[in-house]
Design a protein around this ligand. Structure first.
Ligand SMILES: NC(=O)c1ccc[n+]([C@@H]2O[C@H](COP(=O)([O-])OP(=O)(O)OC[C@H]3O[C@@H](n4cnc5c(N)ncnc54)[C@H](OP(=O)(O)O)[C@@H]3O)[C@@H](O)[C@H]2O)c1
Length: 347
């Protein structure tokens, strides 16, 4: 299905008179300290933010949850607090990914208008309204539902960087996605298939049908067989779970790359850094490469994903849709590690 992109009137910024009346307060998730989601997250009534000169105010239609939100709420690994706030989160409203509609624009914004449907990649998304720099929004095509678009930010961009940039996947290559049914994995499978790769998805049996539908040529159920005994000569292993280094090496061709993005949640202080350092050390004398990266949600990367989703070339599998008031239940489900695709929160 091809969608019509929305276009903004770039010549006439919306005047105050055009703006629909906005409420003074909104419902939002608040976090005043680090801790377990059930202890530190509350749903409160707070003032609706006023967009600054270069910002737009977006009415959130759907937001999505990522493991990164869990880490930021718990405040672990503690090294995150150097940027997120030493004693308490600097950003009191969590959430990074959302889709909605522009309801007000700052005086200096010419690229967006009231009524524009957008996807945002900026914090404070677990609320009815969020003010974001206009440049951090991407126009959402007609026909791309907010709940599908809301998943594309962190998970989609991570998959994009893994497949298109760090992996630089080319037609005919063999790409293994470990954790193929999760938020990042289900996008990575689709992008690698689009790039022309022979994709092998690793997931549990209950998700095998989904991963095959997304385009994987082969699906390995990790609960019944060991991928390291089945896969050989892969060009790229996108690892969202944390393989043993010997297992990863066994699956790769000599020139192959183990791209480590997910790993066990250990290490309260520096978190995955030690795990990744050990993985790299164990690969140091091998012909293969071990790499990692931290995703960077740029509007350009998000635009590539939104375009594909609008054209029906990239699908979001939605695990469940919960009201914002059930944010703690959403975190608890994420914590199980069993999420299939994305968890969506609706204000
Ligand atoms: N470096 C970065 O910038 C970056 C960015 C985004 C995410 N990440 C990390 O990447 C990881 C994945 O993120 P996500 O959003 O995709 O998480 P997610 O949605 O929570 O992933 C859950 C999925 O993992 C599957 N799974 C669990 N154990 C598995 C195993 N042993 N083998 C294969 N699949 C397994 C589950 O399926 P079953 O229940 O069927 O097993 C479930 O579908 C997280 O650790 C996250 O922190 C890193």
């Amino acid at each position: 299905m091809t969608s019509t992109p929305h276009t903004s009137d770039t010549t006439s910024p919306t005047s105050a008179a055009d703006r629909p009346a906005l409420p003074g307060t909104m419902t939002a998730v608040r976090q005043r300290r680090y801790g377990r989601p059930g202890d530190v997250l509350s749903v409160e009534s707070v003032p609706v933010p006023t967009p600054a000169h270069d910002e737009v105010l977006v009415r959130v239609e759907a937001a999505s949850l990522n493991p990164a939100d869990w880490h930021r709420t718990v405040g672990e690994p503690m090294i995150l607090r150097l940027t997120d706030g030493l004693r308490a989160p600097a950003r009191p409203i969590p959430g990074s990914d959302a889709a909605g509609v522009v309801v007000a624009v700052g005086a200096g914004v010419a690229s967006r208008s009231v009524g524009d449907p957008v996807v945002i990649c900026r914090g404070g998304a677990f609320a009815e309204y969020v003010a974001v720099p206009a440049e951090r929004t991407v126009l959402r095509p007609e026909g791309l539902a907010a709940d599908e678009a809301a998943g594309l930010g962190v998970a989609g961009v991570t998959a994009w960087q893994a497949v298109m940039e760090h992996g630089a996947v080319r037609p005919g290559q063999t790409v293994v996605v470990n954790g193929a049914s999760g938020g990042v994995g289900h996008y990575a499978v689709q992008l690698a298939v689009e790039a022309g790769a022979h994709v092998i998805g690793i997931c549990s049996g209950r998700n095998a049908e989904l991963v095959a539908e997304l385009g994987a040529a082969q699906v390995i159920d990790y609960t019944t067989s060991s991928p390291a005994e089945v896969v050989r000569e892969a060009d790229l292993v996108i690892d969202l779970i944390g393989l043993d280094a010997d297992d990863a090496a066994a699956m790769l061709a000599d020139h192959g790359t183990w791209l480590v993005l997910g790993m066990p949640k250990d290490g309260r202080i520096v978190g995955p850094m030690i795990w990744v350092a050990k993985a790299m050390w164990r690969f140091a004398r091998r012909p293969q490469t071990c790499k990692t990266f931290v995703a960077e949600e740029t509007p350009e990367r998000l635009r590539q994903l939104v375009e594909r989703a609008g054209e029906g070339r990239l699908r979001t599998s939605i695990d469940r849709v919960l009201p914002l008031s059930e944010v703690v239940a959403a975190y608890h489900h994420l914590e199980t590690g069993r999420t299939v695709g994305k968890i969506v929160l609706v204000p």
